[in-house]
Design a binder for this molecule. Structure first.
Ligand code: ATP
Ligand code: MG
Length: 367
């Protein structure tokens, strides 16, 4: 009998028509309307973390070769539908919308109902979403990460004693939310202004950390325990950003300067770095993965400090997996460099999860 897989997800709501008349539901391959910053929402980038329909369709398609898939949108009826369907396990890509625990809602509901869930548990998702809490754990475990403070008021920014330049971002957002060219602060005036703006917009603490001027990488990790391994490292070439833009992979670079019709050729995979540097980057990524007790998969962002030492910036235990190669999504890109298609990636991660949950191989069961 086929393994019954619940697919938990959130889909971006339709964006207002853009000047060209394209809406989110447009069959056009360019999703610019869904990416634009919006002044009709409490946060201009509120839905940035949610998936587009094509991503959920692609994940469903990949999973349907290894099990019977049930689409479970993570909305108000999710708990009742989940408890009615009771799949063998849930494949979770749902990000949630509000609150520091939002990424943990699906695994927490699964845990409550006794239904196994793919990817990290609610505790890890909550800790990893909060970049301050993450860095506390990394520091305690000796995993390299930049010095930081968590600001809860503009006064906290006025009193910061870390040397400039500093980098600021909301403490618990992802997908570039609240990270812009103004995140790099060279003066206290800039810092206080940007911290006050982020506090007002996102109504959550703001992370202030030492600016890391060196090369940046992102590392896709798959597997559990001793079997956890890094896919080929993705490197970034900031020279591809618009002239004069600071070397930051923030909201503008992710969503406004990069689109399927105008791809930003910012990534190298495998990154063109020495084997010694690659070893250090992989070691930092795996140490972070284990420190946060990630499960099944995670993408870890790493950037070097002024002495070229890799520092862990943050962990993404619900990594973005856009299916269109022109979308420049790092996890599928790293998988491709490892010889895996998009379908292979999703099935491999589902197999990793099912082996952890049941001790059996999903791929062997359908072979
Ligand atoms: N301390 C820092 N020094 C220099 N650049 C930084 C620093 N922190 C973040 N950045 C830049 O900002 C980008 C976004 O930061 P971060 O990864 O924390 O945000 P995010 O929104 O959670 O990202 P994701 O899309 O991976 O979820 C990084 O990729 C990096 O280019
Ligand atoms: Mg990041």
């Amino acid at each position: 009998m086929a393994v019954r897989i619940g697919l938990a997800f959130n889909i971006k709501p339709a964006a207002p028509a853009n000047p060209a008349g394209a809406t989110f539901d447009s069959p056009s391959t360019d999703n610019s309307a869904s990416r634009a910053l919006r002044d009709d929402l409490p946060q201009p980038d509120l839905y940035a973390e949610w998936d587009e329909p094509a991503t959920i369709d692609a994940v469903e398609h990949a999973l349907s070769a290894v099990g019977q898939v049930y689409r479970l949108e993570a909305n108000a009826s999710f708990p009742a539908r989940l408890s009615l369907i009771r799949p063998d396990f849930v494949f979770n890509v749902a990000e949630g919308l509000y609150g520091p625990s939002r990424e943990g809602h699906v695994p927490a509901i699964c845990e409550f109902l006794g239904i196994p869930c793919h990817a990290s548990d609610a505790l890890t998702l909550g800790l990893a979403l909060h970049k301050g809490r993450t860095k506390e754990i990394l520091s305690y475990r000796g995993v390299p990460t930049a010095p930081f403070v968590v600001a809860k008021s503009p006064d906290d920014a006025r009193n910061v004693t870390l040397p400039f330049p500093l980098f600021v971002k909301p403490a618990f957002e992802g997908s570039g939310k609240g990270v812009s060219v103004r995140s790099l602060c060279k003066t206290r005036g800039q810092l206080v202004k940007q911290v006050a703006k982020l506090l007002a917009t996102y109504a959550e603490p703001v992370l202030i950390e030492t600016y890391l001027p060196g090369p940046e990488f992102t590392v896709a990790v798959i597997g559990n325990g001793d079997e956890a391994r890094c896919l080929p490292i993705v490197g970034m070439d900031f020279d591809t950003l618009p002239k004069g833009a600071p070397p930051i992979y923030g909201y503008e670079a992710k969503w406004l300067w990069d689109s399927p019709s105008h791809p930003l050729e910012i990534f190298d995979c495998p990154a063109r770095i020495s084997e010694a540097m690659a070893e250090d980057v992989r070691a930092a990524a795996l140490a972070a993965y284990h420190a946060l007790e990630c499960r099944d998969w995670c993408r870890i962002d790493i950037r070097c400090d002024g002495a070229n030492r890799p520092m862990v910036v943050e962990l993404n235990p619900l990594p973005g997996i856009l299916p269109d190669p022109r979308d420049n999504s790092c996890f599928p890109k790293a998988a491709r460099a490892d010889g895996m298609s998009y379908d292979d990636l999703v099935r491999t991660v589902a197999d990793i999860a099912w082996r952890r949950i049941s001790g059996r191989s999903l791929l062997a069961e359908v072979a």
